[in-house]
Design a protein around this ligand. Structure first.
Ligand code: ADP
Length: 480
């Protein structure tokens, strides 16, 4: 089977978040299962040609498009880590993909509508059917509609929603030259004078997936659907939640070049405890924390409202009060949160049980996963979440709020309805501080109950978060 992803991201060469990881991880897993995977991607100027293999120009032609004035477009092919790529390069307007970052530009709608249109042009003229077309989030969702026009071949179209918060709302003038059949299918449910690109994808795709079973259910409700819930509820028969995987080769504590002491490749309790203790000691030394055997709690996260910043701040106070250590690796992406975290930094500036690094640092993240005893994830909502899965792979016990993918992957150590081997973390439900405090106290008790702790570490060693499992579920949908 040939599966083609039309995507605005591919990790690590063009990554802004989880979407890029999914396109990369899923493509690799599909190839390992014996299928062909291809990714159509804008040719961003920040992707260095030297990062790609076999970069070759396929064609350069003039294309008239309804979303920008006609221009010359080059289609390139290349490979990256055995994944075959098609790179789309419109030569005018010149500021479309000549930017430092993928999103956040005032012409994002034009950029991605044009990319969507050109991707369909490419597929129609250069790709032999049959193939499956897999779209990702609002930037490529409109492709599902473009394929509803009379074209020689219509592939089966899957749309994955990675985060329903972002819907691609735009003014109707973009569509003046494209006579939309049934314009009501595009009207934004919150702002009826705007068009909603994600909505058009949901309607016209053959199947819609999202990145965890619980999130699939949540987005059909008014608390999680951001106004698209009535539509998603009515179409729930074609909606499936499939948990993301993680790259087990990249996140491998037995091989990880970033960490001071490697973990055993096959689980052995004594060696695992030893590796954890040594990595913790290394971290304390290099990041100026007190050398201590107190439990180390970490939070590795971009900091915005989604990630529960007020609960993170509250947890810091409580952990220190209970005698633990706390390290936050958290890039503040919402300026409204500057005060909250700078105040914390000031209050604890002389406290050697606390550190806060306001950066995005891959190397530090690895070191923290390896060193920590607990990882804190009090998200308001979490479509899938990766840090709990990566944490578990490094024998770091998640403390998570029961939402989205966290609810599907973190099962409480005292949950009577859960099989013993699946009990891997501490779960709380409400966004209030009381439940969070109870969860933290439970973590301290667990940390000091060695028999129980050892059992949970053993449970962590047998969890399967590989892409192989997720890819098989996608394949069922592709084949259905
Ligand atoms: P998001 O909603 O940000 O996509 P996920 O849990 O799905 O959250 O993925 C977060 C990814 O980003 C993980 O790989 C995590 O290790 C990484 N990450 C988050 N914050 C940082 C940081 N400050 N420094 C390094 N890596 C980070």
């Amino acid at each position: 089977m040939l599966i083609i992803h039309a995507s605005t991201e591919l990790a690590p060469i063009a990554k802004a978040g989880g979407l890029g990881d999914v396109v990369y991880g899923l493509s690799k897993a599909l190839i390992q299962e014996g299928h062909s995977a291809q990714v159509i991607l804008p040719k961003y100027s920040f992707i260095k040609n030297t990062e790609l293999q076999n970069l070759t120009l396929i064609s350069k032609k003039y294309i008239q498009s309804p979303f920008a004035q006609g221009s010359e477009v080059s289609f390139w092919k290349a490979t990256y880590d055995n994944i075959s790529l098609i790179l789309v390069e419109p030569h005018a307007p010149s500021d479309l993909f000549q930017k430092e970052s993928i999103y956040g530009h005032n012409n994002d709608i034009t950029r991605f509508l044009l990319f969507s249109f050109l991707a369909v042009e490419y597929l129609t003229t250069h790709t032999l059917p049959p193939f499956i077309l897999h779209l990702h989030d609002w930037p490529t969702a409109f492709i599902a509609y473009l394929y509803s026009r009379p074209l020689p071949y219509k592939p089966k179209i899957i749309l994955t929603i990675h985060n329903i918060l972002h819907q691609g709302r735009c003014d109707a003038h973009y569509f003046q030259q494209l006579s939309l059949q049934d314009p009501s299918a595009f009207i934004d449910p919150k702002y009826p004078h705007l068009i909603n690109l994600l909505k058009s994808g949901i309607i016209y795709a053959d199947h819609v997936t999202t990145v965890s079973p619980t999130y699939a259910q949540e987005i059909t409700t008014s608390s999680g659907g951001h106004y698209l819930d009535p539509l998603l509820y009515s179409l729930r028969r074609k909606l499936t939640g499939i948990l993301n995987g993680i790259d087990l080769t990249y996140w491998d504590p037995s091989q990880d070049p970033h960490i001071a002491v490697k973990y055993p490749s096959k689980f052995q309790l004594e060696q695992t405890l030893d590796a954890k203790a040594k990595n913790k000691k290394y971290f304390q030394k290099h990041f100026h924390l007190k050398e201590s055997s107190a439990p180390l709690f970490v939070c590795i996260s971009r900091l915005d409202e989604q990630k529960g910043p007020h609960l993170i701040a509250h947890a810091i106070h409580k952990i220190l009060e209970l005698g633990g250590q706390c390290a936050i690796l958290g890039k503040i992406v919402d300026p409204m949160l500057n005060d909250l975290f700078h105040e914390l930094k000031n209050i604890y500036s002389n406290n050697r049980n606390f550190c806060f690094h306001n950066i995005f640092d891959e190397d530090q993240a690895h070191k923290l996963y390896a060193a920590a005893d607990f990882i804190l994830i009090p998200s308001l909502f979490e479509p899938c979440g990766l840090t709990q899965m990566i944490g578990m792979r490094y024998f770091t016990i998640p403390i998570a709020r029961k939402t989205g993918g966290l609810a599907d992957t973190v099962h409480d150590i005292n949950d009577p309805s859960c099989p013993e081997s699946k009990k891997v973390g501490i779960v709380f439900s409400d966004m209030d501080t009381k439940e969070l405090e109870e969860a933290l106290k439970k973590a301290f008790l667990l940390y000091h109950n060695k028999n129980h702790l050892n059992q949970i570490l053993k449970n962590l060693s047998i969890q399967d978060f590989s892409w192989k499992t997720s890819a098989k579920k996608y394949l069922e949908i592709y084949k259905a």
